[in-house]
Design a protein around this ligand. Structure first.
Ligand SMILES: C[S@@+](CC[C@H](N)C(=O)[O-])C[C@H]1O[C@@H](n2cnc3c(N)ncnc32)[C@H](O)[C@@H]1O
Length: 304
């Protein structure tokens, strides 16, 4: 089991230097791809009748900025103090100084309420946080998110799609094949001596089928660990949906975002076409999202 405190320290160090440009990198006009995930979250909240939202792992309040004109009260917390400081400054700048914003970890039960106050949230979102959660904590985090809202409340959790590896033909593909699909110990146990000897080289033979140098590893800016150097997992959508149901979510649906019209290694050959065609594919319920979308949202309601 991963040491929680150690994981949290590394994640907070990774994000500490990102508070000022995170919004520009992922939401602003210069972002490599428009924030289709945030548009989907906002649409889902508005259609679902949300009025009072908890944003767990809110970062620099990017989503508050994105939904600034929506008739939804917003409150949030984050593990990284620098993110919380930036979020507070932003809330004041855009006239949402009444937002409660506090430091807290989704790994703690107590973090889902502002210190010393109780707010009846009717909706909660968890965007970009699940990659940084140790696997054995996933269900508990989804359970806490459900517990934070009133019965029937709307729940949205975003995650990176592990099945995207079936399309990317690169290092994540190898990880999917070699670590999640192929059961090496079971094969070895079932193999004859001669077959076992042949199996030994197969991991390398498998790696040779993929571009193992891609994507480039994201390192830190100033000596801190980068995104790919801290715990940053991808999830299998169906597994996470099952975990959500066990955690007290009902009416769970999987919605796909950030489609790729071609495997991402081809983007640099035809960048404009790649972007246009990918955007044209953005349909959260298109089955191809299972393998062509790099992220997905679980949407559901708290039981009761
Ligand atoms: C990819 S950013 C997303 C920020 C924001 N939700 C957004 O969509 O713009 C991930 C955020 O999760 C926060 N985070 C990571 N682990 C966390 C934890 N255990 N509890 C609370 N926040 C966490 C990080 O500090 C960071 O601000």
């Amino acid at each position: 089991m991963a040491d929680k405190a150690h994981v949290e320290r590394a994640i907070a160090a990774c994000y500490a230097t990102w508070a000022d440009d995170y919004y520009d990198n992922y939401y602003g006009p210069a972002a490599a791809y428009p924030p289709v995930h945030a548009d989907l979250v906002l649409r889902t909240l508005l259609e679902g009748g949300a009025r009072c939202l908890l944003d767990a792992g809110c970062g620099p309040a990017s989503f508050l900025r994105h939904m600034a004109h929506a008739p939804i009260a917003w409150h949030g917390f984050d593990l990284t103090p620098e993110m919380v400081a930036r979020a507070r400054a932003l809330a004041t700048e855009i006239g949402r100084g009444d937002a409660e914003i506090w430091v807290g970890s989704v790994l703690d039960d107590g973090a889902f309420r502002p210190p010393g106050r109780d707010i009846a949230f009717d909706s909660a979102i968890l965007i970009g946080v699940l990659p940084h959660i140790p696997a054995e904590e996933d269900e508990q985090v989804l359970h806490r998110l459900a517990g934070a809202v009133t019965p029937g409340g709307l729940l949205i959790a975003e995650a990176r799609n592990a099945l995207f590896g079936l399309f990317t033909l690169n290092r994540p593909s190898f990880e999917l094949f070699a670590e999640r699909l192929v059961d090496w110990p079971a094969l070895a146990a079932a193999a004859s001596d001669a077959e076992r000897a042949a199996l030994d080289g197969l991991r390398e033979a498998l790696a040779a089928r993929f571009r193992m140098d891609l994507p480039p590893v994201r390192t830190g800016k100033a000596g801190e660990p980068g995104y790919d150097q801290v715990l940053s997992r991808a999830h299998v959508p169906f597994e996470l949906a099952e975990a959500a149901r066990r955690a007290g979510w009902t009416d769970v649906e999987i919605l796909y975002t950030h489609f790729h019209a071609l495997p991402p290694m081809f983007e640099r050959v035809v960048p404009d076409l790649f972007r246009r065609a990918s955007l044209a594919m953005e349909n959260p319920r298109d089955w191809r999202g299972m393998v062509m979308a790099s992220s997905f949202h679980l949407v559901g309601r708290r039981q009761g």
